[in-house]
Ligand binder design. Structure first.
Ligand code: PLP
Length: 476
């Protein structure tokens, strides 16, 4: 494709994207395809020669679009807000269009230095001190694997340079809670600790926050048994109910015990753009590493996960290998991001954040997040005021966990399996209608439904419509 051909097709594509975003609320929220349907609609053999742009676009429209669950739809309340601001889409296009390669500072000095600048802007925008140094990972999952490797290498005195974990004679232990995102258990497994060495600490039964005294007791018990406490992962906004672990109290234990402390704020980090939310991660300055995803609620398109550490020297000691072909005269003067994480080659992801922050402005983003916080509180009150409905967990941010309990034919409230069946039936009725989408989830062994507010297009009127759908779906 020549630049002139690109210009022509590119203009068409941008028009198509703009139209798509304008008509998104007319599309069904949940993808309306059966397993295998998209795949079967495509040729199983690769094309041999060039096809026209028009034929690719026709298939995009007729085959790909029906296979998309529209997370930008204003009636999408599933999983978490996965906003993709169009300003950040422009940054993504610019990044791809220039075709840069980030394997060292030399290979694209601007890639490294814009990344340093936007990570630092976001540090300031979330009220963090200058002690933090950031980089961009693809996802919070990768950030957590990195954090767990840092924890492992700290507790094992850089075992990677010796016999690795297999040469240690005591197990290394990581502490978290059952509320933590599944990526935490995955990171603990992949960093070599093994699932048996992940200890879930007791939670408060209502807030589902980690109990610091239970953590302290678990650490003492493990030390007494000859094990090595190596890492603590706490959640600021855990996945199920957006539970908030008490960061400050946990940090004190982590520091007293000299254990690596990682804060996973993947979802809730966006809220820290608002000074009034920062009490939720009070104590974060005492952590060793922290990550959050602008690609969720804040709305920079995937994949932009921020990872901050305080001790860059430890990070580089663990992550660098510096083969000769990558060494340069600038070493020591510049940051080599390959020494801050797992991959060597990196994209110019920082442009997504740079475009987003400059074209939308933090003031606009803050206003939208405040709107969502208000909407979530309003929705919570509406649910609580309705006969048969309840809200199951605190609503600190934008996730509202709801349950509807009807009376059975004997006049007694449904419970157990029958209640689960009722919950799954009403949520499926709404989800399969395409009118709205919510994620059912298990809390304390029972199904409930999470209503995650925060799509860029979701206004109060959409939540009013959702309430109508909930009433209809549970009224027969
Ligand atoms: C979404 C989420 C993650 C995982 O994020 P990815 O970027 O998809 O890996 C981890 N922890 C929490 C609390 C999350 O909300």
């Amino acid at each position: 494709m020549t630049p002139e051909e690109f210009r022509k097709s590119g203009h068409e594509l941008i028009d198509w994207i703009a139209d798509y975003r304008q008509r998104i609320s007319e599309l069904p929220v949940r993808a309306q395809v059966a397993p295998g349907e998209v795949r079967n609609a495509l040729p199983s053999e690769p094309p041999e020669s060039a096809e026209s742009f028009a034929s690719v676009m026709a298939d995009l429209e007729s085959i790909v679009v029906p296979g998309i669950t529209q997370v930008q739809h204003p009636m999408h309340y599933g999983w978490f807000p996965s906003n993709a601001s169009l300003s950040s889409v422009l940054g993504d296009i610019a990044s791809s269009g220039m075709g840069t390669l980030g394997i060292s500072w030399e290979s694209c000095p601007a890639l490294t230095e814009v990344e340093q600048v936007v990570c630092d802007w976001l540090r300031q925008l979330t009220g963090l001190s200058e002690n933090w140094h950031g980089t961009i990972h693809d996802t919070a999952s990768t950030a957590c694997v990195t954090a767990m490797i840092l924890a492992r290498e700290k507790a094992s005195d850089l075992s990677k340079n010796k016999g690795g974990l297999t040469a240690l004679n005591a197990p290394l232990i990581v502490y978290s809670t059952k509320q933590a995102h599944s990526s935490i258990a995955k990171a603990v497994q992949l960093a070599g600790f093994g699932n048996d060495n992940l200890r879930y600490i007791e939670e408060d039964p209502y807030t589902r926050a980690m109990k610091p005294e239970a953590l302290a007791a678990a650490i003492s018990e493990d030390r007494a048994a000859g094990k090595i406490p190596a890492g603590i992962v706490c959640s600021v906004g855990a996945t199920g109910t957006t539970a908030m672990d008490p960061v400050d109290a946990i940090a004190d234990i982590a520091n007293a015990e000299d254990v690596w402390f990682h804060v996973d704020a993947a979802m809730a980090g966006s809220a820290m753009l608002l000074p009034e939310c920062r009490h939720l991660w009070e104590g974060v300055e005492k952590a060793d590493s922290m990550s959050w995803n602008p690609h969720k609620w804040m709305g920079t398109i995937l994949d932009t996960a921020l990872f901050y550490v305080r001790d860059v020297e430890h990070l580089e000691r663990v992550m660098s290998t510096s083969p000769s072909y990558l060494r340069s005269t600038a070493d020591g003067e510049v940051v080599q991001y390959r020494d801050w994480g797992i991959p060597l080659g990196r994209r110019f992801r920082a442009l997504k954040l740079w475009f987003h922050l400059r074209l939308d402005g933090p003031d606009t983003i803050r206003k939208r997040i405040r709107r969502d916080l208000d909407n979530a509180q309003w929705f919570k009150q509406q649910i609580e005021s309705k006969e048969g409905w309840e809200v199951l967990a605190p609503v600190d941010l934008q996730t509202v966990c709801i349950l509807h309990t009807p009376l059975g034919s004997d006049g007694v409230s449904l419970e157990g399996e029958a209640l689960d069946q009722h919950t799954l039936a009403w949520v499926d009725k709404i989800n399969s209608s395409g009118e709205a989408f919510m994620s059912p989830s298990i809390l304390d062994g029972r199904w409930m439904v999470r209503v995650s507010v925060g799509v860029e297009g979701t206004e109060r009127a959409h939540l009013e419509r959702l309430i109508g759908l909930l009433e209809n779906a549970t009224s027969d």
